[in-house]
Design a protein around this ligand. Structure first.
Ligand code: MRU
Length: 356
């Protein structure tokens, strides 16, 4: 997708360096950052310079390439794999990508290992792009259907950023929207601000602006009244981990939107590549929910008149704050899962039909 009219991906490899777009600086500054070591990749994931389930998976894969470049030795590789998996706990893509890389590299001679690791990391990225593109053409059908009935702009609510910035390209939740826009179907996106890190405002709105897609940022609690007043035709969100029973773990606040959508009879879809499915955990209570530093709540970042990014405290100094990053939307509130293989019911039956 484009930034300033130029096509970018969120991550790429050049001259033995991994290049990322530093998302902590967006939308105010566009900074391409170099990752040179496995530790750089771990920190980029922890500090959310890269974020979004598929993109942190891809960064972890490249993190292993960097580990090999740094110190081509099995115990360093194993330790780096462990540290990459634990850099953020909730999105299953991290473990998925590291396990895929490690199984590809198992038993490979040290003189061949770099070449194989690099080709697998690239393959993970290419596959994600293809899957996200397919999610777009599958989800497009739902938007088209609404448009054919309504004959007017389709209003779509999304939460957090499940856009191309959260993947390698296209995005998951945004891919059907980009596809609709390319087909000249009029779409308008309500972007939930997504406190505390404001991924909806800082990233979703930003990337939609760059593609010329109409959007409006709303405070996280505004979706309910908009649904009651008929201003939302459908919701599409992403996911960090989808259980085989169809329960969805996504950015905190997703659950409340799903409840409001259910109460107002508004279709609520979740878009995901199969790398986000956790086939093992049977009950969502076993999903580790990341708790991040409460400073993300008590302080806010913005840009001053000189263009410098500044951080300000907004809470009383003595107040305690708690910052859970994800929540669970039970399958019963989900109209359907939009995957690279098609749309299915949010249930074991639905998923198994697509992914035998
Ligand atoms: O904390 P973040 O910004 O990494 O959370 C991202 C989300 O919750 C996305 O919705 C999810 O990863 C899907 S990205 C295609």
């Amino acid at each position: 997708m484009r930034i300033g009219g130029k096509e970018y991906r969120t991550i790429w490899f050049e001259n033995n360096i991994v290049k990322i777009i530093d998302q902590t600086k967006l939308p105010h500054q566009f900074v391409i950052k170099d990752l040179k070591t496995a530790r750089d990749a771990i920190n980029a994931i922890k500090d959310m310079e890269v974020r979004g389930a598929p993109l942190i998976g891809a960064t972890a894969a490249y993190g292993l390439v960097l580990a090999i470049l740094e110190n081509n030795n099995q115990s360093f590789l194993n330790k780096s794999a462990e540290n990459l998996i634990s850099s953020r706990p909730t999105a299953i893509n991290l473990k998925w990508a590291v396990d895929r890389m490690m199984s590809k590299l198992s038993g490979v001679n040290s003189d061949k290992i770099l070449e194989i690791a690099l080709s697998e990391a690239k393959e993970i990225c290419e596959e994600d792009i293809k899957f996200c593109e397919n999610i777009g053409s599958n989800g497009l059908k739902i938007i088209e259907e609404i448009y054919n009935k309504k004959k007017d702009t389709v209003n779509i609510l999304t939460h957090c950023n499940a856009g191309w910035l959260a993947t390698i390209d296209w995005g998951t939740a945004t891919s059907p929207i980009y596809h609709a826009h390319k087909k000249r179907i009029p779409v308008h996106v309500w972007a939930d601000e997504t406190r505390p890190r404001n991924q909806g405002a800082n990233l979703t709105s930003y990337e939609l602006n760059e593609e010329g897609i109409k959007n409006t940022i709303i405070a996280d609690n505004t979706g309910g009244i908009l649904m009651q007043r008929g201003k939302i035709d459908m919701c599409i969100v992403g996911t960090d981990r989808t259980l085989a029973n169809g329960d969805v773990c996504n950015k905190v606040g997703t659950y409340l939107k799903a409840l409001a959508a259910h109460d107002n009879n508004i279709p609520f879809y979740v878009a995901l590549p199969s790398s986000t499915i956790d086939w093992n955990i049977k009950d969502h209570k076993y999903i580790p929910i990341e708790e991040r530093n409460s400073e993300e709540l008590s302080h806010i970042e913005g840009i001053d008149k000189e263009g410098n990014i500044k951080k300000l405290q907004i809470y009383p100094k003595k107040s305690k704050a708690m910052n859970l990053a994800f929540d669970i939307t039970p399958a019963k509130y989900i109209t359907g899962l939009i995957t690279e293989k098609g749309i299915c019911e949010a249930s074991e039956n639905g998923l198994r039909k697509l992914f035998k």
